[in-house]
Design a protein around this ligand. Structure first.
Ligand code: UDP
Ligand code: MN
Length: 272
């Protein structure tokens, strides 16, 4: 059995590719020893894919429509589950024994390789409904068997929230009560909005933040950003505005030098 382990993320649009680049770069910045994998749908542009190629070890194209099994065919009648099903494809990465999925709208603040010590399905509570886990960060074991079971479950029961989180919570339905060891600490999936709504808690615990999740309709890439202006004034003025600081960190990571590329260039020089 393979022992390889990977962080996995997903983009079905070029905009989400921007997020994936930040996920990958922030993992590398903090010295992960794991493989980095990004799943993309076929509509992601060539340019988008090439940019991901520079950061990730593997860019895997996943296409729900290509599959022929029964669950997929049932899905064809439910196009609204498309993006959701694409995320569930992470279970097909069976050349890895264990993986950690990170939403494209997350930002890693320190080395989080210890996440691989957790078992399937480990995740942090959703801030809106803490008896459900948030599916932006979760530990899983790729398995075609599990993949089929989840798709069949989704095709049969749908998703109570229209997304992957609804499907996964009804599939791993005993998460809330069965095994506290599968509850990741909230700092592994700190939703940026919780900074506002729970400011005292954030002030107490926020410095332990390990992964920030820009959950919700507005993503960092929706904000315009001028690196020069940011280094000079606007973000310094908002020193108390933690959410703005996370946004700033996100953009700084987006524009940061690609460590992976530096390594590749060094290698090229070695050979020349
Ligand atoms: N996603 C995607 N394309 C989309 C919507 C979602 O690739 O059009 C992927 C992406 O990895 C994203 C994840 O699915 O991070 C979950 O969606 P999102 O983060 O937007 O949901 P939220 O966390 O805000 O509920
Ligand atoms: Mn998200």
């Amino acid at each position: 059995m393979t022992e390889a382990q990977a962080f996995v993320t997903l983009a079905t649009t070029d905009a989400y590719c921007m997020g994936c680049i930040v996920v990958g770069k922030s993992l590398r910045r903090h010295g992960t020893s794991k493989k980095l994998v990004v799943m993309v749908s076929p509509n992601v542009s060539r340019v988008g894919r090439l940019a991901l190629d520079d950061v990730f070890d593997e860019v895997v194209v996943v296409d729900v429509l290509d599959s022929r099994d029964k669950a997929h065919l049932t899905w064809l009648g439910r196009p609204e589950l498309g993006v959701t099903f694409t995320k569930l494809h992470c279970w097909t990465l069976t050349h890895f024994s264990k993986c950690v999925f990170l939403d494209a709208d997350t930002l890693v603040l320190c080395n989080v390789d210890e996440l691989f010590e957790y078992e399937e399905l480990s995740a942090a509570p959703d801030p809106g409904w803490p008896d459900c886990f948030n599916s932006g960060v979760f530990v899983f074991r790729p398995s075609l068997n599990t993949h089929t079971q989840i798709l069949e479950h989704a095709a049969q029961h749908g998703s109570f929230d229209g997304g992957d989180q609804g499907v996964l919570n009804t599939f791993f339905s005993d998460w809330a009560v069965k095994d506290i060891r599968k509850h990741l600490p909230f700092v592994y999936n700190l939703t940026a909005s919780a900074v506002y709504t729970h400011l005292p808690a954030f002030q107490q615990y926020g410095h332990h933040a390990k992964i920030v999740h820009f959950l919700g309709g507005i993503k960092p890439w929706h904000h315009s950003y001028n690196p020069q202006a940011a280094s000079e004034s606007s973000f310094r003025d908002s020193s108390k505005n933690f959410a703005a600081q996370f946004m700033h960190l996100w953009w700084a990571e987006y524009y940061s030098q690609n460590q992976q590329q530096v390594k590749k260039d060094d290698k090229k020089e070695d050979y020349s």
